[in-house]
Design a protein around this ligand. Structure first.
Ligand code: ATP
Ligand code: MG
Length: 338
C-alpha cells in the first residue's frame, strides 16, 4: 500500500493528500484540549467552539499569520489527522512532502518540518517544497518551462506572490495579510459604524456570505448579531455588501501594493511573459467575488482565478508526490531563505 503523503499546514486549514487518493483531509487548523490537556476535539469541531469558551476546554488555533505559533498543539492536531486518514504508523519510511511558506525564517521553516516529523512518528523520508512552487503546479502552470508565470496565493494569514519558471522561483514576496486581516477589518468596521462588537468567526461568515471586492459583484445584505458596546445589550444590524467592501478596501489596497512590489522585482527578460499570461490567483481568499476584476483594474493585466483555489497548494503537492522525474527537483530549492 502506497502511503506517500503531502501536507499543507495553513493558518486556517490543514490539508493532507495521499498519493492516488487526492485530498484525504481538509480540516480547520484548530484543536480543543480538556482539563487534563488531552485533545478532545480537532478540526471543524474545535473551530466551532472557538470564541465560545466552553467550560473546561481550551480551544486553540496553533498557527498565526502563516507560521506555527504553538508547536506542541500543532503536533497533536496533525497527529490526530494523520491517524484518522491512515497515514501514520503503518509503513516504515513512506515519503512525505511538506509545503513550507516562502519568505519565512529558517527557524520558522524548521518548525514546519519538526511538527511533521513529530506528528508522523519520526520515521518518514521528508522533503520540503516552497508553497509558491506547489501552488503554481496546482494551478496547472508549466513549472519546467522557461516562460515566467505569475501566481498569487492569498490564504488566511499570508499572501505569497511569485514568478515561477524552469523549476525555480524567479521573483517572489510574502506579506502577512490575507483573509484574517479582512476579518479584522470587518470587526473594526462594525464596531466603529454601529458600536457593535462581533467575534472574528462572525466577521468571517459575513465576509463569505456578502463580501465582494468590486461594485459589479455586489451581493445581498446580511444581518449581524453582536453586543452594543454602550448598552451591553445584544442587538442586530443590517450590513450591506457595499459596506463590507468599504471595510475590506484597505486590505485589498495592501494586497495590490504587495503584488506591485513583486512585479517591480521581475527581471526585465521575464516581464513580457508575465504581462502576456497575466496573474493567476489561488488560496481561499481568491474565492472573494470580484477580486479578479478589482486586481485587473488596479494592475492593468489579465487576472484569473484557478479552480477550487484553496486547494492549489495541496493539489500541487500531490502532483509532486506522484512524479519521479524532473519535477522532483523543485523540492530541492525549498531551503533557500531570502
Ligand atoms: N468565498 C469566500 N470569500 C472570501 N474569503 C473566503 C471565501 N472562502 C474562503 N475564504 C477565506 O480564505 C481563507 C482561507 O484560505 P486558505 O485555505 O487558502 O488559507 P490557509 O492555507 O489556511 O492559510 P495560509 O496559507 O495563509 O497560512 C480564510 O480567510 C477564509 O475566510
Ligand atoms: Mg495556504
Amino acid at each position: 500500500m502506497d502511503r506517500k503523503t503531502g501536507i499543507d499546514l495553513g493558518t486556517s486549514r490543514l490539508r493532507v493528500c495521499i498519493k492516488g487518493r487526492g485530498t484525504a483531509a481538509d480540516v480547520a487548523t484548530a484543536a480543543a484540549f480538556d482539563g487534563e490537556e488531552q485533545l478532545c476535539a480537532y478540526g471543524d469541531a474545535a473551530y466551532r467552539m472557538l470564541g465560545k469558551n466552553p467550560p473546561g476546554k481550551d480551544v486553540v488555533t496553533p498557527l498565526s499569520r502563516g507560521v506555527i505559533s504553538n508547536f506542541e498543539d500543532c503536533v497533536e492536531l496533525l497527529s490526530a489527522v494523520l491517524t484518522k486518514i491512515g497515514a501514520k504508523g503503518i509503513i516504515t519510511r513512506p515519503k512525505t512532502v511538506i509545503s513550507v511558506p516562502y519568505g519565512i525564517t529558517e527557524v520558522e521553516c524548521n518548525a514546519f518540518e519538526n511538527v511533521c516529523v513529530a506528528a508522523s512518528g519520526g520515521r518518514d523520508l521528508y522533503m520540503l517544497v516552497k508553497q509558491p512552487m506547489a501552488a503554481a503546479i496546482g494551478c496547472g502552470a508549466d513549472v519546467l518551462g522557461v516562460r515566467g508565470r505569475l501566481i498569487c496565493d492569498i490564504g488566511a494569514g499570508k499572501v505569497q506572490t511569485s514568478v515561477i519558471m524552469y523549476k525555480g522561483i524567479a521573483a517572489a514576496g510574502m506579506e502577512r495579510i490575507g483573509g484574517d486581516t479582512a476579518d479584522d477589518a470587518i470587526v473594526r468596521y462594525v464596531k466603529d459604524s454601529y458600536n457593535i462588537t462581533i467575534g472574528k468567526r462572525t466577521a468571517e461568515s459575513i465576509k463569505i456570505a456578502a463580501g465582494s471586492a468590486h461594485r459589479l459583484t455586489e451581493r445581498g445584505e446580511v444581518t449581524v448579531c453582536g453586543r452594543n458596546i454602550l448598552t451591553g445589550q445584544v442587538v442586530r444590524a443590517t450590513l450591506y455588501s457595499s459596506e463590507i467592501r468599504e471595510a475590506i478596501t484597505p486590505v485589498l489596497d495592501d494586497l495590490t501594493d504587495h503584488i506591485k512590489s513583486v512585479l517591480e522585482k521581475i527581471p526585465p527578460t521575464l516581464s513580457s511573459d508575465v504581462y502576456e499570461s497575466g496573474l493567476t490567483l489561488c488560496g481561499g481568499f481568491a474565492n472573494l467575488p470580484g477580486l479578479d476584476m478589482f486586481l485587473r483594474e488596479k494592475l492593468g493585466m489579465n487576472v484569473n482565478v484557478t479552480k477550487s483555489p484553496e486547494l492549489a497548494v495541496i493539489r500541487g503537492t500531490e502532483t509532486i508526490l506522484g512524479s519521479a522525474g524532473e519535477l522532483i527537483e523543485v523540492v530541492s530549492a525549498a531551503r533557500d531563505y531570502q
